[in-house]
Design a protein around this ligand. Structure first.
Ligand SMILES: Cc1ncc(COP(=O)(O)O)c(C=O)c1O
Length: 384
């Protein structure tokens, strides 16, 4: 069997060992430490934000962001439906209720028109949501020139879930900087990884200091263990921060590599009728975390599931686009605004292998299998 090709596997840049050795040599292997401080500073500098705190996961960062936004039992929180469940799970951790909003077909991110209509109506009803979570899906920023003023107009804190979008930008400003708080993930499948980790970003020093306090079991300053608030064990370890520092040195190379992967798929598949690609909005630069296609079965001669199975037969991993949250059994009772755009994307969309360590030959194999499936579909049609 040929080596399996994965969707977006983690891989080292080569510089991690240097930092990890430094951490071992200094005997800082506990949570916190100088590597964590340096990783936070270097990431904040790269992104162009004032403050950051490294955490155990992107989910932990989202949870703390909601706590810091004052979210509690019974509050309504706006969230893009077309996302990974982590964006919405954190809302439920706080006992709050997600209100899902459909995607804009031009960006696949939260539809600003639907958001505007919802907020106008909510304001009239006197029941504004407590926060808005905008997700930068598959590495593309949401339309912040529309979203930020809306949140400001109604006085609602914006949380930017940039878990998939490190290195992307919107009008030259980096992903993660648009909300009151921004969230990053360094999970194994992300553009850079600490094997597991996340970060909370903000220009507000007090918010990040409070996040750090909550993430270390909310320990009050005292020689003994004193607690006047409920805390969490959400901090990143010094060793993992060392891995993160090594990875961060190659972030720009990774974005270029991801974009190159997208370009090759695009150039070698664009002539097939029935295939389209995730659009890149003119306002920014996507990090093209995963190359995503949409397959129109009537024109292509096969469904996205046919393609997925054809790839799987050749030991190649691909995956349907995110199943929208409003279609998930666990969120079936939540309110949904619109829905047809994300439903269609889920039905017809597929993420192709996009690992930055995938060779050009491996990518050619993926392309050939998709082309073969297309030709088989055409043959069947011409025989009918
Ligand atoms: C959009 C989105 N939000 C949040 C997360 C959660 O990040 P983590 O896995 O680091 O908890 C992820 C990915 O895992 C994600 O894709």
């Amino acid at each position: 069997m040929t080596k399996r090709i994965y969707l977006s596997p983690p891989h080292m840049s080569g510089r991690e060992k240097e930092f990890v050795n430094e951490a071992f040599d200094s005997n800082w292997i506990a949570p916190l430490g100088p590597m964590v401080d340096a990783f936070e500073r270097e990431m904040a500098d790269y992104i162009g934000i004032k403050h950051s705190t490294a955490l155990a996961s992107g989910t932990a960062a989202l949870h703390l962001a909601l706590i810091l936004a004052g979210v509690s039992q019974g509050d309504e929180i706006i969230c893009s439906s077309f996302t990974f469940s982590a964006s919405a799970n954190a809302i439920v951790y706080q006992g709050a209720r997600p209100v899902f909003i459909d995607s804009d077909e031009k960006t696949w991110n939260i539809d600003p028109d639907l958001l505007s209509e919802f907020l106008e109506d909510a304001s009239k009803r006197g029941k504004l949501p407590k926060a808005v979570i905008a997700v930068d899906l598959y590495g593309q920023c949401a339309d912040y020139d529309r979203i930020v003023p809306l949140c400001e107009e109604y006085g609602i804190p914006l949380i930017e879930d940039a878990a998939e979008a490190l290195g992307a930008s919107y009008k030259k400003k980096m992903a993660g900087t648009f909300g009151k708080m921004g969230v990053l993930s360094f999970n194994g499948n992300k553009i850079i990884t600490t094997s597991g980790g996340g970060m909370l970003l903000s220009d507000d020093k007090e918010l990040i200091e409070k996040a750090r306090f909550l993430a270390t079991q909310a320990r009050d300053p005292a020689p003994h263990y004193e607690h006047s608030e409920i805390g969490y064990n959400y901090r990143m370890s010094n060793i993992l921060a060392a891995v993160g520092r090594g990875q961060l040195t190659v972030i720009e190379e990774r974005v270029s590599a991801k974009r190159k992967i997208f370009d090759k798929y695009f150039n070698e598949l664009k002539d097939l009728s029935g295939i389209s690609f995730m659009p890149e909005a003119p306002y920014g630069r996507s990090n093209r975390w995963l190359t995503c296609i949409v397959v129109e079965p009537s024109a292509f001669g096969a469904t996205r599931e046919d393609i997925r199975l054809a790839l799987e037969e050749e030991n190649i991993e691909s995956r349907p686009l995110w199943k929208p949250m409003h279609l998930q059994p666990v969120f079936k009772d939540c309110r949904m605004i619109g829905g047809s755009v994300s439903e269609e994307l889920f039905e017809k969309g597929l993420c192709l292998p996009s690992g930055t360590n995938m060779s050009a030959e491996e990518q050619t194999r993926v392309i050939e299998i998709i082309r073969k499936r297309y030709n088989e579909g055409r043959k069947v049609r011409s025989e009918m």
